[in-house]
Design a protein around this ligand. Structure first.
Ligand code: HEC
Ligand code: HEC
Length: 403
């Protein structure tokens, strides 16, 4: 109780606006805050997962043979964006963005794994100076509020896609149907899937994975060379290595689940209300894709996130954003094509200095402009944004920058 008074004062002193959540709840300036109302056991789970998320793994922990970074926090610092990133590459046609039918030269996949250890000598690198290869970057996105994203039912996303199919402004998001590629996770109430199941993807910049524990296992395996019971094999590598300095599976299911639970327990940062900005956001139809609120399902196993309004500002659907943002990758992310992206959740934007999947935009205004290009579903919305008065545009930017 003694802490709430100074927090309230702080909120008044820096914001000046009306607090959307309960007054005095979360500090405005810390990205990786736990959900409100956690019990002691949940607080301990959060703490433990937070430590593992930031822990730098070493050779003796099973790092490699190939890897990109040695801790989740290297690419999701304080659960926010970057600074670490992943490079992808694809052979493209003369237009520079359409994937070539022949991708056979990339026998080790389309993802760079630049670092070697545990006896490996040959990294997987994006080809240099190849005019027909498009190299793209994916900067680690924020992981705040992802529990809410997991808690929204498949049916809600399917219905959103059905509603959008009847719109007349070009917005027509699609569910990414993906295959569950991992072993089952009998310890997790969040993941009922069996290998080979068709599931609704929602995590990753192209919504290629359904649950946070599977994403964690995928990141451990792909970004860090750390095997787990969900993903027990090392990625294919040019040295033909099948293990590293720690024989067998590198870490336990409990350790995977602890990292996933940490992300489930991360709050959506507290917002300060901005009615004129939100009205301009709706007038420009940004909320056609960045759906401001979705109800979570009643049977989500984490009670704090069950049957609540989730201010996620996404429909978690894939949209064609045109040639301007294309990465030339086909068949890498389920049904997502080379121009498709999942509507970015506008969560914790106030902690970002760069925006979009590759951090190409240095301001929110630049990020908005980048939605417009040949074939983009957002073109009508961007035209409406440009038609706003200067004051309305300013209010919209203030609103989005403070999310
Ligand atoms: C080398 C950088 C890097 C490392 C290390 C890394 N990530 Fe990521 N992470 C990314 C990138 C890039 C994406 C987007 C990937 C995609 O679209 O396929 C991502 C996406 C995610 C997402 C999906 C977020 C969303 O909005 O859907 C989660 C969850 C996540 N990472 C968790 C983790 C965890 C847990 C670890 C540690 C086990 C980890 N990451 C390690 C770069 C990294
Ligand atoms: C057709 C769907 C659609 C519409 C309409 C749309 N967006 Fe987006 N938005 C997206 C997608 C998809 C991304 C991710 C693109 C990427 O990362 O390359 C995105 C990304 C963003 C980002 C970057 C977020 C981040 O974390 O880096 C901002 C900011 C944003 N949109 C704001 C807006 C605003 C403001 C409007 C209205 C003027 C708008 N968007 C309209 C689909 C849409």
């Amino acid at each position: 109780m003694s802490r709430s008074a100074p927090l309230l004062l702080l909120a008044v002193a820096c914001g000046g606006g009306v607090d959307v959540a309960d007054a005095g709840y979360l500090p405005l300036d810390i990205p990786d805050q736990p959900l409100r109302g956690l019990d002691a056991a949940q607080k301990a789970t959060f703490q433990k997962g937070d430590e593992l998320f930031d822990l730098t793994l070493r050779d003796g922990d099973g790092l490699g043979p190939l890897y990109t970074a040695a801790a989740c926090g290297a690419c999701h610092d304080q659960a926010a964006r970057g600074p670490g990133l992943v490079q992808k590459f694809s052979a493209v046609m003369a237009d520079g963005v359409t994937p070539s039918p022949d991708q056979s030269r990339f026998g080790y996949g389309h993802t760079e794994h630049p670092l070697t250890t545990a006896g490996a000598t040959t990294p997987i690198l994006a080809p240099m100076n190849a005019p027909d290869v498009l190299v793209s970057r994916r900067v680690g996105p924020p992981v705040m509020g992802r529990g809410y994203l997991e808690a929204i039912s498949d049916q809600t996303l399917i219905e959103l896609a059905q509603q959008q199919a009847t719109r007349d402004d070009g917005i027509h998001g699609r569910v990414n149907h993906v295959i569950y590629h991992s072993e089952p996770n009998p310890m997790s109430p969040y993941n009922p899937h069996q290998k080979g199941d068709s599931v609704v993807g929602r995590f990753g910049l192209k919504a290629r994975i359904a649950t946070l524990d599977e994403f964690t296992a995928d990141a451990l395996q792909g970004d860090m060379g750390i095997t787990s019971p969900l993903r027990p094999t090392e990625i294919l590598n040019p040295d033909g290595l099948t293990d590293d300095l720690k024989p067998g599976v590198d870490l336990t299911l409990a350790s995977v689940n602890a990292r996933a639970d940490y992300m489930r327990l991360l709050a959506i940062p507290r917002r300060v209300a901005h009615p004129t900005g939100e009205a301009a956001f709706e007038k420009a139809r940004c909320n056609g894709c960045h759906v401001s609120n979705l109800k979570t399902r009643a049977d989500y196993p984490l009670p704090q996130l069950a049957n609540v309004d989730a201010p996620v500002f996404t429909d978690q659907l894939l949209h064609d954003l045109g040639v301007g943002l294309a990465d030339g990758l086909a068949h890498e992310d389920g049904e997502a094509g080379p121009r498709d992206w999942r509507t970015a959740p506008l969560i914790g934007l106030r902690f970002s200095k760069h925006y979009l999947h590759d951090s190409r935009a240095d301001t929110v205004a630049e990020a908005i402009e980048a939605h417009q290009s040949e074939g983009s579903e957002a073109n009508d919305s961007i035209a409406r944004y440009r038609a706003l008065s200067t004051a309305e545009q300013q209010a919209l930017l203030e609103f989005v920058e403070a999310l």
